[in-house]
Design a protein around this ligand. Sequence first.
Ligand code: S3P
Length: 746
Amino acid sequence: MSISESSPPVTPLYGRMAVIGLGLIGGSLAMAARHRGLATTVVGFDRRDSEMHQGLALGVIDEAATSAASAVANADLVVIAVPVQATDAVLASIRDSLPENATLTDVGSVKGSFITSVVQIWGEVGPRVIPGHPIAGSEKSGVASSNPELFAAHKVILTPGLNTDPGALARLTEFWRGCGSEVLSMSVSHHDQVLAATSHLPHLIAFSLVDTLAGEKDNQDIFRYAAGGFRDFTRIAASDPVMWRDIFLANKTAVLASLDHFTRDLAHLREAIDGDDGAALQQVFTRAKAARDHFSKILSGQAYLNTMTTQQTRFRASPGGTVQGDIRVPGDKSISHRSIMLGALAEGITEVEGFLEGEDSLATVQAFRDMGVTIEGPDQGYVRIHGVGLHGLKPPRGPLYLGNSGTAMRLFAGLLAAQPFDSELTGDASLSRRPMERVAAPLRTMGAVIESQEGGCPPLRIQGGQALKGIDYLLPVASAQVKSCLLLAGLYAQGETVITEPAPTRDHTERMLNGFGFPVTREGAKARLSGGGKLTGGAIDVPADISSAAFFLVAASITPGADLWLRHVGVNPTRVGVISILKLMGADITLHNQREVGGEPVADLHVRSAPLTGITIPEDQVPLAIDEFPVLFIAAANASGDTLLTGAEELRVKESDRIQVMADGLATLGVTHTVTADGIRITGGGYGGGTVNSHGDHRIAMAFAVAALRATGEITIEDCANVATSFPDFIALATQVGFQLKEESV
Ligand code: S3P
């Protein structure tokens, strides 16, 4: 949890700050407090007189004390900055002079041992004892290395207890924030485990490796020829030996656990080398590389929030352009979400190829990481999920933020309704307006406890620990998201869950569950499964997304002379409405090399320019082309005659009101149309340019980029950042085939 991140205070937070131990950390903290005006007076004590004198001379401290006891008398902040093993003696020496209202903190790398020392001296941990640990340092030591900026932009972990005085905690938090740090909070034991793995073990390995090599016969040569990697890797072996000796002894249990784990893994690598097992080596190195590439995201536990597009962008699409080439669009969004969900719930490892690295599916990845699932990657579409089984999810630390993704929110609602823990699902402004009662209501019938906000909108608060029972449910709307949500809840429910759909919707959940060994039967409009059982991890090849291919199918159809191949596109019969509708309009699209990959039909699509004619879109095609209408409206604007869409009121509750937002854009371009409650009539013909607003809807932004191929003027499209939710490389692929399209920051 990040406690605070605002700007530094102007008035001193403490009157008298005592720093016991003027090494690198103590000296730097004293200096930071002085430079930043965080304490009126900073008094220092160090058992070495020379350090104290130097501290005074360098302006690290205001006053040098003659003893630790005299340093802390009258202080309101006391910082213990001595090696861990010296803590006992220092605390004993200040026991009788520590003012009752003073805050006592430390900066050591091990928090459990500090607490043990405090209990030994005072018999309890008082409300103003707040252990701390700045994650900052350097291989330098001594007061002469003091650097008041050492903590700026670094993390500081505080480990308050249940009885900690909130006022004292708030003030200490402000103090560190005043040093430029980001303050985090966690329990003592969690801190010690995390640091054993991320800091203590690497130091041990660095010390050990340098020592081993220094003892080799030809050590001169080894060090002389050691390249940058060795130098980088072993930099920390120049750290203070006494400090590190104490850290290992103080954090013995956690360090030994990490060390044993590492030793086992190292032994496996030894075996692999000895046995010429290249595959085993490659597997470990690939896994490590993927983890390292995503290191900061994994560590922060905030990948989605940190990487999500906050920078607003606009597209400028010049009129004209060509559509030529041979491309593969990114992976299918629906299948990508499901691959992570089922992979996480499966037993064993699931390896995914072709995963869509868009913000929506990354939100799903992050949500599972937040629930304790290890997910490596994504790395160029490769993801490796360490499944935890149906009952292995852990309670998330906070609300699960799902960005723009309706699929994620609705599917998670079903899954989380069945978990033993509470959860909360939140999203961005668009998602926060979308209807969730369509999932909450049937889930409640199954026994779930779910609270939505006004109008049935997110956030959703789900109370865990409910025993669900199966449901026999006729979907009021043809929605694969609602169907999938209920099937996921049904995995945990007692008895049978039967979902009947009024019209066929995408069936990726059913196919993938069967692929994971969990039987789902289909009889006509009914999907049926029984709760219990398990999922078994495996391999998933995500085909290219037909919803992303759709932009290029229309682009090539309307652009004279166009000739384009789209490779490895998913052509599941529940998704091919866009091809059927375009063909009815006269498009020249052919399917080649049709095959089945991991239970999903796939083909290479060849599309060439063809004259389009307006049609009445058959209503049974609407759910099969539900995401493709924005770009189909552009096809209609380029067809001769009228195209009529009916039975598509669902479009009004997608990422935007897609009927109205498209109509507004078409009006700007001068395309004749009439909006109805459940559709639109569009009269084809030429159109001009202008500025249209996508209202943050990715598919509307891309649809108007396609429109520019036949416009007579430039089309500027506002609010395009969300294209990254489903098609992060859209601009690059579109320009590759001949669009004249640029993105600019706003
Ligand atoms: C999706 C189902 C569709 C679709 C959405 C993805 C899915 O929504 O619009 O983009 O992955 O299940 P509905 O099923 O609610 O129409």
